[in-house]
Design a protein around this ligand. Structure first.
Ligand code: UD1
Length: 404
């Protein structure tokens, strides 16, 4: 299992707060990683990915702006605001882009940073931020448990003057991993993974070498593929502790999973009809990123899937593509319903975001016909050469250029 993109990206941003060279091991060549290195290099610091090691080194420079083009490349661009305010006391940047799975405001990042002493103005798309007297510890309750805002505020609090108490924090494993990374660099963070996080600010952080946690969404992608296509796959470096909700749902459809050490043997020979009904939510609820993958896992099942999405407004972009593949799908506000209807035919499919793209790949493999999937650039955000992963598992899948 590769390291988790959603753990890696905040850790790369936080590396700018560490003195000296930070090395992140086992780093995949994802397009979001390249967008991160572009941000870091554009502000006069250095980020280099070589032999799966990403090294990050902060250098002083008088560049205090991240261009709009770069900010638009990924949502995680906003994670640079706290580290760069700490380093430069002033940063101009733009509203972040990223997958269009909902409106994705940044108000909690901004509100929390203001409580900690930052002065921030947003004019249309431009964010102008200053930190005249450093971050100050405070007590702050997040309006909702946003993953990104929790990460922003943990970073700011780590090097703030005094103690910060953050309440209603996101509890995702990627939050805990950021705290583990920062603590290894000398931060004093207690409670990550719980709703209340207490942080005693420290004046400086030292450089470290670090390997982020394995990717639970990638693991869910492989489980979905085995579930939908049948067969047997051994997954190494399997993030077992975060997978139980997903595993339990798929077990109802005949998937067998055996855990040993940090590996999982995943086997499916027979499809068992199962009706699945679930809702996504903040961790430890079922992950919104795994929703599309659950849909793909069920494409050959004669039961139905009813999925209620409670985090993002536009999570079901794949439903019209699944219809082309012979599924009856219906979206009613935040509720998605899917059931197998007829056999599929050859089609061109269009991915509109990262996890929807991965779900289309899994579903296409399961349907066994020849499909062309457009929008691979979304999939490249979170999967390094997805075609290689599935080729190794026996799929016939190739990346083709526009003319082929
Ligand atoms: C992260 C993940 C993404 C995942 C999501 C939810 C990364 C790089 N991305 O995204 O894959 O789908 O968590 O698990 O880690 N919100 C606000 N105001 C804010 C911030 C968020 O209203 O200031 C809302 C969002 O619109 C959304 C909800 O909070 O409805 C959760 O978003 P959030 O947890 O922040 O997601 P991301 O950190 O963007």
């Amino acid at each position: 299992m590769p390291v988790a993109k959603n753990a890696l990206l905040p850790i790369v941003a936080a590396s700018l707060m560490l003195d000296g060279e930070t090395v992140i091991d086992n780093c995949p060549a994802l397009s979001d990683v390249f967008a991160s290195t572009e941000i870091i290099n554009s502000i006069g610091s250095t980020a280099v990915l070589e032999d799966r090691k990403l090294s990050v080194f902060y250098s002083d420079s008088n560049c205090d702006e991240i261009s709009e083009d770069i900010c638009l490349k990924m949502r995680s661009a906003i994670l640079y605001i706290a580290p760069l305010l700490y380093r430069k006391q002033k940063i101009n940047m733009y509203m972040p882009g990223g997958c269009k799975i909902g409106s994705r405001p940044i108000d909690i990042h901004i509100d929390g940073l203001k409580k900690m002493g930052a002065k921030i103005e947003i004019n249309e798309n431009k964010i102008s931020a200053e930190l005249p007297n450093g971050f100050k510890g405070c007590r702050y309750k997040l309006r909702l448990p946003s993953v990104g805002a929790t990460q922003t505020l943990i970073m700011a609090a780590s090097i703030a003057d005094g103690i910060t108490v953050l309440q209603n924090c996101a509890r995702e494993p990627e939050i805990t991993d950021l705290a583990r990374f920062l603590n290894s660099a000398g931060a004093k963070i207690i409670g990550a993974g719980k709703s209340e996080i207490i942080i005693q600010g420290v004046p400086t952080l030292k450089s470290v070498e670090y390997t982020p946690i394995p990717d639970r969404i990638f693991a869910a992608t492989i489980l979905s593929a085995v579930n939908a296509c049948k067969g047997k796959v051994l997954i190494k470096n399997y993030p077992m502790e975060y997978m139980s909700l997903f595993e339990n749902m798929l077990k109802n459809t005949g998937l067998k999973i055996f855990h040993f050490n940090n590996k999982a043997m995943v086997i499916k020979y027979h499809e068992k009809k199962a009706d699945i009904q679930t809702h996504t939510g903040y961790y430890p609820c079922f992950s919104t990123d795994m929703g599309p993958l659950l849909s793909s896992a069920m494409v050959n099942n004669k039961g139905y899937l009813r999925l209620y999405e409670s985090v993002f407004e536009n999570r079901f972009s794949y439903f019209s593509q699944f219809q082309k593949m012979g599924l009856y799908c219906k979206v009613n506000n935040k509720e998605y319903f899917q059931v197998l209807q007829k056999s599929s035919h050859n089609e061109e499919l269009y991915a509109e975001d990262l996890r929807a793209g991965a779900a289309l790949v899994v579903a296409a493999l399961a349907k066994k016909n020849r499909f062309i999937i457009h929008g691979v650039q979304y999939i490249d955000r979170g999967y390094e050469n997805i075609e290689d992963v599935f080729t190794r598992l026996g799929a016939d899948i190739r990346r083709i250029s526009g003319e082929e």
